[in-house]
Write a protein that binds this ligand. Sequence first.
Ligand code: SF4
Ligand code: FES
Length: 247
Amino acid sequence: MSNSITLEILRYRPEAESKPLFQTYEVPFRKDWVILDALNYVKDNLDGTLSFRWSCRMGVCGSCGMMVNGTPVLTCATFMEKFLPGPIRVEPLVNFPTVRDLVIEMDDFMGKLTRVKPWIIRENEKPLSEGEYLQTPDELADYKQYSMCINCMLCYAACPIVGLEPGFLGPAAIALAQRYNLDNRDQGKKERMDVLSQDDGIYECTFVGECSVVCPKSVDPAGAIQRYKASTAMEWWKSFVLPWGKE
Ligand code: SF4
Ligand code: FES
């Protein structure tokens, strides 16, 4: 087995280059190294100008997402061994503008998360003296999966609709809306529907399902979107044939 492996890293320094170019680095191969270890080796030993984001190194912060050999992954959770004998090609997440090297611009993504009103909405707040809003374990289980998102944006890089229609609200934002819609303490479903039913909302999704394939936290945003579509169709049907069944 070789002691080293080749990394091909897409570099983009806007002050020096008019377009991104691949740069090649030879790094040690170690069985217990993930891609992020190799990037840190480059940064510490070969080229201190390389820019990339990371923080926790344990699949929690969601900041180290990149394309590795064409697939969006968390680089701290992806072993180099999987790509032997190399080369390993590392690029910034697609479907996002690049700020520098492997660093992408995420403002648009953050704005989409905010648009779905990701907080508990109450029509009538009860006074503090009446105590907390209670929840059973089954009620928690109904939305918990959708609350596990770490905002890594891998699902946006994998989604062909985001690539074609950059305005599409996208998988994580819709899963986040479902996280609150399914929370028994929340009463904001109608407000979120105003956002989700717009042209750039859930009906843009064609259920390719790649978002759920690449999600490192098994959030299953594709499932969240289909579940939301099914529930809105049922509500429409009930209001049509059973006017008294309308909420
Ligand atoms: S839904 Fe999954 S892939 Fe998408 S941002 Fe959240 S954790 Fe990442
Ligand atoms: S460094 Fe935090 S998820 Fe990879």
